[in-house]
Design a protein around this ligand. Structure first.
Ligand code: NAD
Length: 317
């Protein structure tokens, strides 16, 4: 992995993986792309950046060829909450974008990474210690695109030999780019509101457990999987990874340890609640640990401490 092209590079994961790759490989060795080009964004201004709609297969191929990429990280996608509002768009963008990125990778012999999600599971999946290999019958359009994507990535590996790798990410919590419309976004918003108003109105019911991970662990996991010895990978698409499972009550309690005056009430959003109810409470990550050494560093309290500190510094600028 020496020259990496990233799609959807201005999103919550994109800004962080591009920064990591620029510092590890060198600024000129990372091609960041996105459908938008906001002025003053460090990802746009401080390195190689091109506008790319992932539905434009020809331009994607041209950019990867000109850049002499050896790795593709495909992040452009509509997330779970947005996908439920725009299901036809979500199918089109998520599946066509993925197919285009896989085709470019096949033609140019690129290593390939794309995230799947805990949304690839459904209500009939075992809810606790959800195994790596299990029943996947999601009922959301996001989940349908994710499980289809996992299968398509497996197909490109077995049929064409493309070195596809993927992680089933849980809700990711970070302070740089805002999340893009997922069901776990509340676990980011709560920190902003704690600092701005010392109060948060939670859109999910108490007792709604979901897997989560702090962004530095997610970025480490992508880097580790991309560097993992291929002969050790029994699975490829996609590894369960998670660092913690909590519900709104537990994250409220964690914030109160640092900000005792923080308060929370509830106004349940039925769309989000239904999606969250269909996902596992807690997934099993043993395969990721055994096959490539996944070890997350942050638990809930360590994340809360770091998140509040970093966010406070960001908001005071
Ligand atoms: P995001 O919504 O924050 O960012 C997506 C980016 O894609 C945006 O910058 C957007 O401008 C861009 N984009 C949208 N349509 C595009 C198009 N047609 N062409 C090019 N770019 C386009 O998403 P994210 O949170 O960074 O997620 C990246 C990937 O990780 C997605 O596949 C998502 O499903 C997966 N994932 C994310 C999380 C999470 O908590 N963030 C959890 C599980 C899986």
């Amino acid at each position: 992995m020496k020259r990496v092209m990233v799609t959807g590079a201005l999103g919550q994961i994109g800004v962080e993986i591009v920064s990591r790759l620029r510092s590890e490989l060198g600024v000129d060795c990372v091609l960041a792309t996105d459908i938008r080009q906001p002025e003053g964004n460090p990802i746009v201004e401080n390195g190689v950046f091109e506008v790319l709609d992932v539905l434009d297969a020809e331009k994607m191929y041209e950019l990867a060829t000109e850049f002499q990429a050896d790795t593709m990280i495909h992040l452009a996608s509509l997330l779970s909450s947005v996908a439920e509002d725009r299901p036809q768009d979500a199918w089109y963008i998520n599946m066509t974008g993925l197919t285009n990125a896989l085709e470019v990778s096949r033609k140019l012999d690129l290593k390939f990474f794309t995230p799947s999600s805990i949304g690839a599971f459904g209500p009939s999946t075992p809810k606790n210690d959800t195994p790596q290999d299990t029943l996947q019958r999601p009922e959301t359009m996001y989940g349908i695109t994710k499980v289809s994507g996992e299968l398509l990535c497996d197909y490109y590996y077995t049929k064409f030999g493309v070195d596809t790798r993927s992680l089933r990410f849980p809700g990711l919590i970070s302070y740089d780019a805002l999340p893009g419309g997922g069901t776990t976004d509340y676990a980011v918003e709560i920190y902003y509101e704690a600092l701005k108003n010392n109060h948060y109105t939670c859109p999910l019911e108490a007792g709604t457990f979901m897997d989560m991970m702090y962004m530095p662990d997610a970025i480490d996991a992508i880097m580790m999987l991309l560097k993992a010895e291929p002969t050790k990978l029994r699975h490829r698409n996609a590894f369960n990874v998670s660092a913690m499972s909590f519900d709104p009550v537990l994250i409220e309690a964690s914030i109160k340890k640092i900000r005792p005056d923080f308060t929370m009430d509830y106004k349940v959003n039925q769309k989000l609640q239904q999606i969250a109810n269909s996902w596992p409470d807690h997934i099993d990550c043993e395969c990721a640990k055994e096959e490539w050494g996944f070890i997350p560093k942050y638990d809930l309290d360590a994340m809360t401490c770091d998140m509040l500190e970093k966010l406070e510094a960001k908001l005071s600028k």
